[in-house]
Design a protein around this ligand. Structure first.
Ligand code: ADP
Ligand code: MG
Length: 241
């Protein structure tokens, strides 16, 4: 279980991005974080990871989250990522093996095999020697997922991985995420497209600076909850409850 308790984040410019968020995420679940622009979704991930100043506590399987830092994968929201960085696809995926390897060892045959296998799983093995700058958004996102697979992470945080990517890449990524979930990995995904939440997620966290609701998708996606956060009318095209 990932237990976030009384998490608050105030940025240096005095913006209160999160106020007193307490939420538990059972292990082995694929959970979506939803909420309007500026709701603090990205801040929730960064706060949980200790990347921003926070108050409150975050524990995974009863231990402070810092203890498993090497086994957490985090893919930032696009736009914050430097796609012009001069490395190949394979080198990018190999980075995933570094935490386990130890910083002063060079990746060897075994790490390359792990990385190539990860690339195969996302259908990107033929691109191994390409520069990452030559990839489409969807291909790049698949490579970042391959890096996560190579890392053998137990906790996976993805911030809006599907924005601006092709439907094929989205499908491949979701298939791999379902597999990871079935292997018992805990996955948190910031997502803003409400139409697919029922298909994609086991549970949801609905956020608007404060926690509005969390739990099973059906419990969270109620008219009242959505109206509270997105305004009346926002849910008419969602269908269902
Ligand atoms: P979301 O991901 O839901 O769109 P964010 O977590 O990025 O929201 O941002 C929440 C609030 O915090 C917004 O008002 C945003 O402008 C502010 N914010 C985010 N990052 C910073 C930062 N580094 N410095 C100051 N304010 C920030
Ligand atoms: Mg964000």
């Amino acid at each position: 279980m990932l237990e976030i308790k009384n998490l608050s984040v105030t940025y240096p410019n005095n913006v209160k991005a999160l106020e007193d968020v307490t939420v538990s995420i059972p292990s082995g679940k694929l959970v979506g974080v939803i909420g309007p622009n500026g709701a603090g979704k990205s801040t929730l991930l960064k706060g949980a990871l200790g990347m921003v100043n926070r108050s409150g506590s975050v524990a995974f399987e009863g231990e402070p989250i810092e203890k498993i830092q090497q086994r957490i994968a985090y893919v930032e929201q696009k736009g914050n990522l430097d796609m012009d960085f001069p490395i190949t696809v394979l080198q990018c995926v190999l980075l995933g093996t570094f935490p386990k390897l130890g910083w002063f060892k060079r990746p060897g045959k075994q790490e390359k095999e792990i990385s190539m296998d990860a690339l195969k799983r996302v259908g990107m093995e033929e691109f191994a020697n390409r520069q990452i700058s030559e990839l489409s958004g969807g291909q790049f996102q698949r490579v970042l997922l391959a890096r996560t697979l190579a890392q053998d992470a137990v906790l996976i945080f993805l911030d809006e991985p599907f924005v601006g990517i092709d439907i094929k890449s989205e499908g491949i990524i979701m298939d791999q995420l379902f597999k990871l979930r079935d292997q018992g990995k805990t996955i948190l995904i910031v997502h803003h497209d409400l139409t697919k939440v029922g298909k994609y997620f086991d549970g949801l966290i609905l956020l608007n600076k404060r926690l509005v609701a969390s739990g099973e998708v059906d419990e969270v996606m109620t008219h009242d909850n959505l109206a509270k956060v997105f305004g009346e009318g926002a849910f008419t095209d969602i269908g269902g409850n």
